[in-house]
Design a binder for this molecule. Structure first.
Ligand SMILES: Cc1cc2nc3c(=O)[nH]c(=O)nc-3n(C[C@H](O)[C@H](O)[C@H](O)COP(=O)(O)O)c2cc1C
Length: 172
């Protein structure tokens, strides 16, 4: 696991080849095996592979996220705010679990923040994505994961980034 975590980097350049449906399936299965507050599993996901939709999703943030339309796959992560007051935590954990599963399958991914951000279309990122994809009001949009085969490999993290100063024992 540490090895996987060292090698995982946010991927913003993708090869021009699709993600195999079996791999997409595994990523979505991984998400739904994540822990959640009171086991409420308040998440839902929208899988986007349509090029035109991916192109439009690129406008979900100001400044735009130009790598998003270039990804062969985007997974929009939603949280049911009525189902769980821990929906942000739950949907975040599911997102990261998907990133790790993607990494384990030889894929790269990048988190695109939607919650609390603005689109380049004069509305919030959330409203823009909601309108584009027809998302019902009871579901909040947390993030979008761009997923695909990395076109460029970034240097792995190193153990030098792991700082003992962050760790306190017994008391602060
Ligand atoms: C909550 C959260 C929000 C993020 N939002 C964005 C984003 O909107 N756009 C982006 O390109 N990367 C985004 N990232 C990726 C971070 O920039 C990246 O994880 C961080 O710089 C560390 O780099 P690494 O992932 O390669 O280790 C986000 C990551 C997290 C966890």
């Amino acid at each position: 696991m540490l090895d996987l975590l060292l090698k995982r980097r946010s991927c913003r350049e993708f090869e021009d080849r699709p993600v195999e449906p079996q791999k997409t399936q595994k990523i979505l299965q991984a998400a739904q095996l994540a822990p959640s507050g009171k086991n409420t599993r308040p998440w839902e996901f929208i899988v986007i592979e349509n090029k035109e939709t991916l192109q439009k999703l690129g406008n979900c943030r100001a400044p735009s996220q130009p790598f998003l339309p270039k990804a062969p796959l985007a997974i929009v992560v939603l949280g049911d705010t009525a189902k769980a007051d821990t929906w942000v935590e739950d949907a975040s954990i599911a997102s990261v679990i998907m990133q790790l599963e993607a990494q384990s399958l030889g894929l790269g991914s990048c988190w695109v923040q939607i919650r609390l951000r603005q689109s380049n279309q004069g509305m919030s990122s959330e409203d823009y994505v909601r309108k584009l994809l027809g998302i019902p009001e009871h579901l909040a949009v947390l993030d979008i994961l761009a997923v695909g085969y990395p076109a460029k490999s970034l240097p792995a993290h190193t153990m030098e980034e792991v700082t003992p100063e962050k760790i306190h024992r017994e008391t602060y």
